[in-house]
Write a protein that binds this ligand. Sequence first.
Ligand code: HEC
Length: 485
Amino acid sequence: MTKKILTVASAFLAIVFFAFLISNPLTGEEHTGILNFIGRFHPVVLHLPIGFFVLLAIFELITPVYGKFKEAATFILILTIGVTILAVSTGILLAYAGGADEPLVVYHMRVSLILGILTLELGVLKLYGGKAISTVAYKVTLFACLLMLFVSSHNGGSITHGEDYLTKHMPNALRTMFGLEIEEVKVVASVDDLEVYGDVVHTIFEQNCNTCHNPNKKKGDLDMESYEGLLKGGEMGYSIAAGELEDSELYYRITLPHDDEDFMPTDGKPPLSDTEVEVIGWWIQEGADPVKTVGAHDGVPGNVYSYFQSIFDSMVSEEELERRRIERENLYLGLTKLHDEIGLIVIPIESEASEFSIETFAIQKTFDDSTLAKLVPYADKVVEANFSSTQLTDEALDSLLKFENLRSLNLSKTKIQGQQFNKLVALKNLESLNLYGTELSSERVSELSQLTQLKNLYLFQTELYEESVLAQLKESLPNCNFVLN
Ligand code: HEC
């Protein structure tokens, strides 16, 4: 009796699946509500059939040898049928309610429906099993199921992650074996040689838009993977109108308030940065050319140019990377030697970076002008230097001027008197100068007044720490903050 009920139920479900298979319920229209809610469980439950089918295959393979697994295999089959029906049904809901109608989704749905029908068939064959013919049919059907499962999972993966997801980071040797194209790392000689569209704008699209706007998944009927697709536009017509920002739907979409429902990228994906928006806008205004290089444009705005520069910096060749690595290694070796020799402490500003901070705290008594001279070969790598309480005098000035990238210089409690300190104006990045507790006389006002690059100046316990002198300094250095304690 149960046998009959189960057979009828399977046949009914198989007919429903078959009806879907030949009719294609996808309209491309979104349907919000409970259907959409249930459909979104598809990415969760779809893993169950994959696991159970593999398990089932293993059990069926070993039952001829270990008969005791026979009943377990039947139990796994029942579970497999259940989760497969669940995955196929939620999948149909997801595609229908989510408004999908791309060819790849339709294909994925069809293969999965066939898998669903075959799985039901598998159950019926098991019910009436025992005879040689149905055992063979069972095995053939199971094999067909595994095949469909493979195709279906692969398509499903491509829908969510993009078609080249699995192969994107495949090593070149393997790519050649599988007959895939080898991606050359593009190297250009200078920023001016970058193609604005190909190397920059297209990359922004690729990273932020193309998961939804590609030939297989054309949301809004817009394919942004190729230049042609971009020009063709989508449902609203032009996405890009060369030279006309107001007529460019694409620019309109990325400049809307981020909570506007038409804002792109949609679905809570991170918005483009202000500079990225600026770069795209500038490119459209300049005529949205597909091949023009940076150098072929006149008067590139500063922000946009800096963005190009950062892209160029990230495109360095293997040789250049190797050269930088060796340079950094030699630098570390040299600095380690200095540490062993004079006890200087050198701290990298960031890991991997070639900028350093130096600290003389432990060697104040022996660190003098001649010790400083030993640091000169590395001077351009130092951005912060603490020489507090060392024996430095005005003789150190020539060496100090070699530290051309210094941002912060601490000379507090040294023997420095500040004659010719006006020369420090050459250290263009110097923001912070600490002269606390030095013997600088109030006459040094005229030298210090010239250091207009400073943002912080420490003068506590010096002759300069006096109201009339400070007033004079404040007038010459209006952007400087005087730290007085
Ligand atoms: C998560 C998916 C998704 C992402 C990512 C996405 N879009 Fe869209 N896009 C859509 C959907 C859905 C539509 C159709 C509904 C609509 O018009 O708002 C659409 C429509 C558009 C349209 C209108 C096409 C037309 O003519 O109707 C433009 C232009 C657009 N997107 C540009 C972009 C840009 C630029 C990005 C990247 C910065 C982007 N999209 C990222 C899903 C996405």
